[in-house]
Write a protein that binds this ligand. Structure first.
Ligand code: FCB
Length: 445
């Protein structure tokens, strides 16, 4: 199966997961710096203080990208590295570091793709209310402007936010990610602020970076009821409204999903202003899709959240070490659904990949499980493209084994092994790295 001509092949990472250098060169604290220091929040008490140390080892990482044949690198900018206090004067040393990385990528023939928010909010903004406050959305647009002015002459691919649903649900409803709130009945207020931040930033980026393509990355998955052979249950449709359409309908159609429009009004309260949906619905150039699995839910008696995600019960279900079901066809169904429901926008898969734990043995890392996973998902992506979905590119998660949020270093998604056990942080390409390089070289699977 061929991928479309001009297909973008990339690898993805995020600042907090790979950079380290948590307090160097004037960087401010982020909510993840704080969260990791709270006992019991992250497996084994791990932190991103050092992570892959990409802050110092980035030339090696650029070389890995180049030798793997990747044409693009999706990385994120750490907001508190650029604006230590979240607002106002920029930290030139932080901007300079990103500028050197961008130059290094371009010299290696790799297109930089910047994500502006991959979860590391400056702590000072959390102290003034974080994503519960409209003022944070406004600060984000100013920050986007600062970064786009510094790098927008060379960077032409921009993603405003990574996975606003995960920020909303894991950070503010379930308490398992920073900032760690368990407040399910005000989380839609957060969702509104995040979407507003996105909408306010898009025109600022375009103004500072002529010719740029600007988009949003959502984590999306098809949702099935427990009887996976039946049409989606009521619980499945409700989950779909809250987790998927909540971050799609306002952006593409300037409306909230009907199932939750009333709840958004009640929860967002004074944050909500007339005209917000017009701001949020500013046209974007592409949609970034992160997909790993599908979701199966059963009915629950909770108000608003009348669903409960469950583990698939059918016999031959297979899982990665995150306990996420391997469901390649879910990616195909998802891509076809986006094309059908949202006017077939240009789509980039901005994350897809698998966690499996394997160790180097004599300089090689045999990760056949990961190759099987990638082959199956890429085949379904190619199938969707062949059937008319405007799929333009694919970024694997991730280039390196890195800090996997609440799971710390215990779950590894990298195509390149990083030696945490020995503490050397040495990079060893796995079999999957060489396998994907071949796919990229041929542009077919
Ligand atoms: C996504 C995140 C990314 C990574 C993968 C496994 O939700 O965007 O940072 O942790 O999951």
């Amino acid at each position: 199966m061929k991928f479309p001509d001009g297909f973008t092949w990339g690898a993805a990472t995020a600042a907090y997961q790979v950079e380290g250098a948590w307090n160097e060169d004037g960087k401010g604290r982020s909510i993840w710096d704080d969260f990791c220091r709270k006992p019991g929040k992250v497996r084994n008490g791990d932190t991103g203080d050092l992570a892959c140390d990409s802050y110092h080892r980035w030339p090696e990482d650029v070389k890995l990208l180049q030798e793997g044949g990747f044409g693009a690198y999706r990385f994120s900018v750490s907001w508190p590295r650029v604006q230590p206090g979240g607002r106002g004067r920029a930290n030139q040393a932080g901007l300079d570091w990103y500028s050197r990385l961008v130059d290094g990528l371009l010299e290696a023939g790799i297109e930089p793709w910047i994500t502006l928010y991959h979860w590391d909010l400056p702590s000072s903004l959390q102290e003034s209310g974080g994503w519960y406050e409209r003022s944070t959305a406004e600060a984000f647009a100013d920050y986007a402007d600062v970064v786009a002015h510094a790098l927008g002459d060379r960077v032409k691919r921009w993603i405003t936010l990574n996975e606003p649903w995960v920020v909303t649900a894991c950070g503010h409803a379930l308490g398992i990610h920073a900032p760690g709130f368990r407040r399910p009945y005000s989380a839609l207020r957060v969702a509104h602020c995040l979407l507003l931040a996105h909408g306010l930033a898009v025109p600022r980026i375009r103004a500072a970076s002529p010719g740029a393509l600007v988009g949003l990355t959502n984590n999306l998955s098809v949702v099935d009821g427990v009887r996976i052979d039946r049409p989606p249950s009521k619980a499945a449709r409700r989950f779909d409204a809250i987790a998927n359409r909540m971050f799609m309908d306002p952006v593409f159609n300037r409306r909230w999903p009907t199932e939750i429009a009333g709840a958004v009004d009640r929860q967002a309260g004074r944050n909500l202003r007339p005209g917000d949906l017009e701001l949020i619905g500013v046209p974007i150039d592409f949609l970034g899709v992160n997909n790993y699995s599908r979701t199966i839910v059963k009915a629950s008696p909770l108000p608003l959240y009348s669903f409960l995600p469950v583990r698939p019960a059918y016999g031959h279900a297979a899982f990665t070490s995150m306990d996420w079901e391997i469901c390649p066809e879910g990616l195909y169904r998802l891509l076809m659904g986006i094309a059908r429901d949202y006017g077939n926008p240009p789509v980039y898969i901005t994350e897809n990949g698998a966690a499996f734990e394997e160790r180097p043995d004599g300089g090689v890392v045999r990760d056949g499980n990961r190759i099987d996973y990638l082959r199956a998902y890429l085949s379904q992506a190619a199938r969707a493209a062949a059937e008319g979905c405007s799929l333009r590119g694919y970024f694997v998660w991730s280039l390196l084994d890195n800090f996997e949020w609440a799971e710390g270093y215990a779950r590894t998604f990298g195509l390149v092994h990083v030696d945490y056990e020995g503490g050397t942080l040495a990079r060893t390409p796995k079999d999957s790295y060489r396998w994907l390089a071949q796919v990229i070289g041929r542009n077919e699977i």
